[in-house]
Design a protein around this ligand. Structure first.
Ligand SMILES: [Fe+2]
Length: 152
């Protein structure tokens, strides 16, 4: 039987992932709102698609925490305390720098998902373990798109 420590580690890992989903969501929206230049239309639409996908995962991850008996995030302050993806308040960033930033942040997110999957394995939470593969696939798709825009 997995112990309480494994369960606690899983809850912490999922809450960290949740914080980064919110951080990446608002960052992607920032760039959706402020991107400029010749690729405006494509990037404006792509960033919105990606933000929608990221936001859709927040409720799923939060409820994995609750189903494991843990408490989840409650506020912007709680998000700030647990995220590793850095805020970026620059609205006049060059369009390709926005793409590069989001590509790197999605790579970071994949590492967070993998950590949560490993913690789920330790805790015997096969539902999180299985669902997280889809979260990784989505993030890898975002990384692929953003990398291709940068020239591969
Ligand atoms: Fe919009």
């Amino acid at each position: 039987m997995p112990g309480d420590n494994a369960k606690k580690a899983l809850i912490d890992s999922l809450n960290g992932l949740l914080a980064d989903l919110f951080a990446l969501y608002i960052k992607t929206k920032n760039f959706h709102w402020h991107v400029a230049g010749r690729q405006f239309r494509d990037l404006h639409l792509l960033f919105d698609e990606q933000a929608t996908e990221i936001f859709a995962l927040t409720d799923i991850v939060a409820e994995r925490v609750r189903k494991n008996g843990g408490g989840t995030l409650t506020s912007i302050g709680a998000i700030a305390g647990k995220s590793v993806i850095a805020d970026d308040d620059r609205s006049a960033l060059d369009a390709l720098d926005m793409v590069r930033t989001l590509r790197d942040d999605n790579v970071t997110l994949i590492a967070r998902i993998r950590a949560a999957k490993a913690a789920a394995g330790e805790a015997g939470d096969n539902a999180t373990d299985g669902a997280s593969d889809d979260w990784t696939d989505q993030a890898e798709q975002r990384v692929w798109f953003l990398t291709q825009i940068l020239g591969g």
